[in-house]
Design a protein around this ligand. Structure first.
Ligand SMILES: NC(=O)c1ccc[n+]([C@@H]2O[C@H](COP(=O)([O-])OP(=O)(O)OC[C@H]3O[C@@H](n4cnc5c(N)ncnc54)[C@H](OP(=O)(O)O)[C@@H]3O)[C@@H](O)[C@H]2O)c1
Length: 316
């Protein structure tokens, strides 16, 4: 039996759906019924039921966006750092293998190759890098699982949310038998305030940047495939291979959904942060070589994006 924590959440829902589709035997635990955030409660549950695997899709995300975490710092730290640590220790004590949903938002930018030299660049909105992204996408490489997070409390600036996600990884990495699955900007075909493709359609003005993104079902499948295939434990970037610019996403929305509205973009970072955002945003490209080498099949980002828009289901 598999235990799913956080099944009531946006990402937990996708795991529950995928586990059901596979006909897997699983139990969803909610804090409302069993407070799995308390070490002794979780330990006792694991000792009693001896699950074969635990999925942790629980955590604290700011709503409507990451700015909300700046004013709810205790909740953010508890949900994203202390909770994974508690689960790691309870799982280690009972010898239970488990997987934790982390985030790619602990990185900023990409690794960029110019004239045979590759170096990390945090701001891909710089004019010369924007040109490189458009004209030579092959020069843009994602961060790998071996790279140190560069958008964290250790390498500021970062948002408080990102800081706690990086600290959460640090706290659990190497404790017991666990996967750390890095999700990045979830989207799919179902219109929802949590879906990236819905969010960009509702913003008054759009912020253009470069990102790897994760189709929600593809993400849950890939994570469960790692466990099903008994891939080595450790960190995995679980995004659809490749990257997109927000302009490319808007272009696909206009071409496929043909919305009545016109889209405007923020002039630059200065205008975006002055008017629309409080805390720094992570925008980054992630490398999927390790995920693919583990034998996981996951669609390239362009295919997942087009497919979601072609099968778009409006809310309500
Ligand atoms: N959505 C994103 O954009 C995104 C991107 C990258 C990574 N992630 C990560 O993915 C995980 C799930 O995110 P989500 O978007 O599915 O979040 P969500 O919709 O807010 O759901 C999170 C679930 O976690 C449980 N939970 C346990 N402790 C909590 C706490 N202290 N505060 C709040 N909720 C708590 C709750 O379930 P019960 O109360 O029923 O137990 C809640 O339904 C998080 O770790 C998040 O950092 C999300």
């Amino acid at each position: 039996m598999i235990v799913l924590l956080g099944a009531t959440g946006y990402i937990g829902e996708a795991f529950a759906r995928e586990l059901s589709r596979r006909g897997a035997s699983f139990v969803s635990l909610s804090r409302a019924h069993l407070d799995y955030t308390r070490f002794e409660v979780l330990l006792h549950y694991l000792q009693k039921h001896q699950p074969e695997f635990v999925v942790n899709a629980a955590g604290y995300t700011g709503k409507p966006n990451v700015d909300a975490c700046e004013t709810a710092r205790a909740d953010t730290l508890v949900g994203n750092t202390l909770l994974p640590l508690t689960i790691a220790q309870a799982c280690a004590a009972t010898g239970t293998p488990w997987g934790h949903v982390s985030s790619g938002c602990i990185f900023a930018g990409a690794k960029v190759s110019v004239n045979g030299q590759t170096q990390a660049e945090k701001d891909l909105t710089r004019a010369d890098l924007k040109k490189l992204v458009a004209e030579h996408p092959e020069a843009i490489h994602g961060f790998t699982e071996g790279d140190e997070p560069n958008f964290s409390f250790r390498q500021p600036p970062c948002s408080f949310y990102s800081g706690t996600k990086a600290l959460g990884e640090e706290a659990i990495n190497g404790v017991g038998r666990s996967y750390i699955w890095r999700l990045r900007i979830p989207f799919d075909e179902v219109d929802s305030p949590r879906n990236y493709l819905s969010k960009v359609q509702r913003y008054a003005k759009v912020y253009d940047n470069v990102n790897s993104i994760s189709h929600r079902t593809d993400f849950a499948r890939a994570c469960l495939d790692l466990w099903a295939g008994r891939a080595p434990f450790g960190i995995y970037n679980v995004v659809n291979p490749g990257f997109v610019t927000t302009r490319q996403v808007i272009e696909a929305i206009q071409r496929i959904l043909k919305p009545a509205r016109k889209f405007e973009f923020w002039e630059n970072d200065e205008e975006f942060y002055r008017v629309a955002a409080k805390t720094p945003r992570s925008n980054c490209v992630m490398d999927t070589t390790k995920l693919l080498a583990a034998g996981v099949k996951i669609r390239p980002v362009q295919e997942a994006l087009e497919d979601s828009l072609k099968n778009w289901k409006r809310e309500g």
